[in-house]
Design a protein around this ligand. Structure first.
Ligand SMILES: Cc1ncc(COP(=O)(O)O)c(C=O)c1O
Length: 453
């Protein structure tokens, strides 16, 4: 019997192209709409914010997009990432299931986010862009983009959600170490931030507010563009390198997945892991159940509605057809700051509507208990976001224990939690609580969704 734990690929085996799932879907996703005309946005509408190469990837009909050599060259710093078999966790659970996790925490910034920050910085640099703005929740995305901007010589200004700014000072310092400027959001340096602070001086912030601030500054400066760490088609496509590698690695292990689980904030690590497997599923080559795991405090799939809504709080972005809790929804300050987004990737939302994936929601205390169990068996401390994925993997493995099924479970451990220790501290010292999200609070937030679109 094999006792192999790590399935690794050589640098030469790293995928050379990203996978675009759109042409393989039975129906195309609904387009983003211009908020004024309510007509589909064209490339020119997006040009003040994004370089044309990324805009063309956003709407590309091509199944594969070659990864530029300078991007591959940076990816080689940490890719291919390892696929682990969680043998110690399996043993601890006493499950007949096999649990595999694709570990993205080996990147310089500690998560999957550099898979897209590097190409985004590269394409902007190619266009002569001098400065980028962005939002960040937990600070993982901000530090990933700060790393990429340092490599490609671009200045970066980051709006970091206030609750995370206070909870995670070392993420801010990591961004500053890479050379970025960091503001807490809401901030007093933008109109959008000042408007929120006027009504709610103690606002804990949200990704939606931070996006408004970053978009406002990029839109108002000709030499500045904006970069988004999740949600959009091109971001999910850049992340498919995770799933393409995992496919090869599971083949090395001689397994195909029965269940794929992943955490969803805007959907990028989940889409990145799942899409290559969904391609195989749609082609009839495997048949995994694919399950998104979201926080109970921000349940866009499981308690939101599928509608056209703004991607940000102030209403600066195009209208996106997505599962949303309403762009004015401010999630409670859970520690998984990267999952505190009111909406879900339009592409994943569409795939959910097509019935190709399912979703569950989990409260943070169950997730941190799972994170702790994972750390005490596998050794790696998961970031608060992927503790949701770990909790779902454990739940499935425990089900297998009851039924005796030897299912193959695959998940993405999309980041380490070494800069999130204060969250684990709260959990260990009994200071973490779950937030109750009432139907009334959701109805109130849903009422803010633009009508008649
Ligand atoms: C480690 C980590 N995991 C997951 C997420 C959620 O984003 P996404 O759903 O795009 O993967 C974030 C976002 O900041 C993150 O930092």
């Amino acid at each position: 019997m094999s006792n192999q734990v790590k399935y690794v690929l050589q640098e030469s085996e790293m995928p050379q192209q990203w996978y675009n799932i759109v042409p393989d879907l039975p129906a195309p996703p609904p387009p983003p709409l211009h908020p004024g005309t309510r007509q589909p946005v064209g490339p020119d509408d997006l040009a003040p914010l994004f370089p044309m190469a990324l805009i063309m990837q956003e709407v590309s009909p091509d199944r594969h997009i070659p990864i530029p050599e300078p991007v591959l060259d940076v990816y080689r710093l940490w890719r291919p990432t390892p696929l682990y078999r969680a043998r110690r966790l399996e043993k601890d659970l006493g499950t007949p299931a096999k649990i595999y996790y694709k570990y993205e925490g080996v990147s310089p910034a500690g998560s999957h986010k550099p898979n897209t920050s590097v190409p985004q910085a590269y394409y902007n640099a190619q266009d002569g862009v001098r400065k980028l703005t962005t939002e960040t929740g937990a600070g993982q995305w901000g530090s990933a983009l700060a790393f990429a901007c340092a490599l490609f010589g671009i200045d970066l200004e980051v709006w970091m959600v206030r609750s995370s700014f206070d909870q995670k000072p070392y993420r801010r310092l990591l961004m500053e170490t890479y050379g970025a400027t960091v503001h807490p959001s809401p901030s007093d340096v933008t109109n959008a931030g000042r408007a929120i602070l006027a009504d709610h001086p103690d606002s804990t912030g949200s990704l939606g507010i931070a996006i408004s601030e970053a978009v406002e500054v990029a839109g108002g400066n000709a030499d500045t563009r904006y970069s988004l760490g999740s949600v959009l088609n091109h971001v999910l496509m850049h992340q498919t390198i995770i799933g393409e590698e995992a496919l090869k690695q599971l083949a090395l292990a001689g397994d195909t997945p029965d269940v794929i689980v992943g955490c969803t904030g805007g959907g990028s690590n989940f889409g990145g892991l799942a899409f290559p497997f969904l391609r195989e599923k749609m082609a009839g080559r495997m048949n995994p159940v694919i399950r998104a795991v979201e926080p109970a405090a921000c349940p866009s799939f499981t308690r939101g509605t599928y509608a056209y809504d703004f991607g940000d709080t102030a209403g600066f972005t195009p209208l996106l057809k997505m599962h949303t809790l309403g762009h004015e929804f401010i999630p409670d300050p859970i520690h998984a700051g990267g999952l505190r987004y009111h909406g879900m990737s339009p592409l994943l939302s569409h795939i959910y509507e097509l019935g190709l994936i399912e979703a569950v929601a989990k409260a943070q205390s169950e997730c941190f208990a799972a994170g702790l169990r994972f750390a005490r068996t596998e050794g790696i401390l998961p970031a608060p976001e992927p503790t949701h994925a770990v909790a779902a993997a454990i739940e499935e493995a425990q089900r297998c224990k009851e039924t005796g099924e030897e299912k193959v479970i695959l998940t993405a451990l999309c980041g380490h939690g070494l800069l999130d220790l204060s969250a684990y501290g709260d959990y260990l010292h009994g200071e973490m609580r779950d937030f109750e999200l009432t139907d009334a609070a959701i109805s109130e937030a849903l009422a803010g969704i633009p009508a008649g679109v």
